[in-house]
Ligand binder design. Structure first.
Ligand SMILES: O=C(O)C(=O)Cc1ccccc1
Length: 306
């Protein structure tokens, strides 16, 4: 039974994602995304489940940066989870008396309209996770009057639900990934995604275009691109890419080998089945058989046989 670290404590959305990804896993709650990933790196856990992006606010930057800098980890599964937020408070609290709200930053950005409409004078403070916020609010001497978290977190920590489904949109989805220390990749399924981090060799006009060209000429469709600061000064960035396909696919392998040739460093972060099951549209000339046939043709040309 694998042991999986996750952003805890009990009752986070990440825990819900973990339970869906691996119902049999033993769960190791951690205080932060970094702590969960380090537990996987050090071997305290076999892997970790962390949030990567959501459909409103985009990337969870702590996760992106951890993947780029720490000891290498490989993503081996992803999950798309619809999330619903509740306003939770100690029994007896009235909406009118809520002055301090505690929750995870991703929940703050996804409940902006509700907060400004219903709690215009409340101070909203960032918590390590939604469940950590609910746990804190449940303490009798807590400086916070309410938490925004999953309904299940309210049940777990003995809070009452003052409002349900308070997200700005009811169709918000968060994408979670399961990672582990480097190990054999999941097999290609025909509906896969690959994730990479790329550092430039040097800054020059067209550097981004050159990277994109490696994908474009091989018919590889990007599903996410993000630039993140390297920390070496203003204007210094590295890049995160998600794209369709598995590294076992010829077009994907050739594209990332191309990036390896022209970039400073390419960190491979895994090929894994897509949660939505969408299969890529293969552009003419980019199927495995066409790459193989072109390779055979080149061999004949080089042998003076063509
Ligand atoms: O804090 C949590 O419960 C998390 O798992 C992170 C998060 C927060 C808000 C939306 C999705 C995930």
């Amino acid at each position: 039974m694998p042991r999986l670290a996750y952003l805890g404590p009990e009752g986070t959305f990440t825990e819900e994602a973990l339970r869906l990804l691996d119902p049999a896993a033993e769960r190791l709650p951690c205080a932060t995304v970094s702590a969960a990933l380090n537990a996987a790196r050090k071997g305290d856990a076999d892997g970790a489940v962390v949030p990567l992006e959501n459909s409103i606010e985009g990337a969870i930057t702590t996760t992106l940066d951890e993947f780029a800098w720490g000891e290498p980890l490989l993503i081996n599964a992803e999950l798309l989870l619809p999330v619903q937020f509740s306003l939770l408070a100690r029994p007896g609290t009235e909406l009118a008396h809520i002055k301090r709200v505690y929750t995870h930053p991703a929940a703050i950005t996804q409940c902006r309209a509700y907060i400004s409409r219903e709690l215009p004078d409340a101070v909203v403070v960032s918590a390590p996770s939604t469940a950590a916020a609910a746990q804190e609010v449940s303490l009798p001497g807590s400086p916070y009057d309410a938490a925004i978290a999953a309904r299940i977190a309210g049940e777990h920590y003995g809070l009452v639900e003052l409002a349900v489904d308070i997200g700005d949109r009811s169709d918000t989805v968060t994408r979670f990934v399961k990672v582990s220390r480097p190990q054999p990749l999941p097999e290609a399924t025909g509906s896969d995604r690959t994730t990479l981090v790329v550092f430039l060799a040097d800054d020059h006009p067209g550097a981004l275009l050159e990277m994109l060209t490696e994908f474009s000429v091989r018919g590889v469709n990007l599903t996410r691109i993000e630039s993140r600061p390297t920390g070496d000064g203003i204007g210094r960035y590295f890049f995160h890419f998600d794209f369709e396909g598995h590294v076992a696919d010829a077009r994907v392998g050739e594209a990332i080998a191309g990036l390896h040739r022209i970039c400073g460093e390419v960190r491979f972060l895994g090929s894994y089945p897509r949660a939505d099951g969408v299969a890529p549209r293969i552009k003419r000339g980019t199927a495995d058989a066409e790459f193989a046939e072109a390779g055979d043709w080149l061999t004949r040309v080089r042998a003076g046989l063509a």
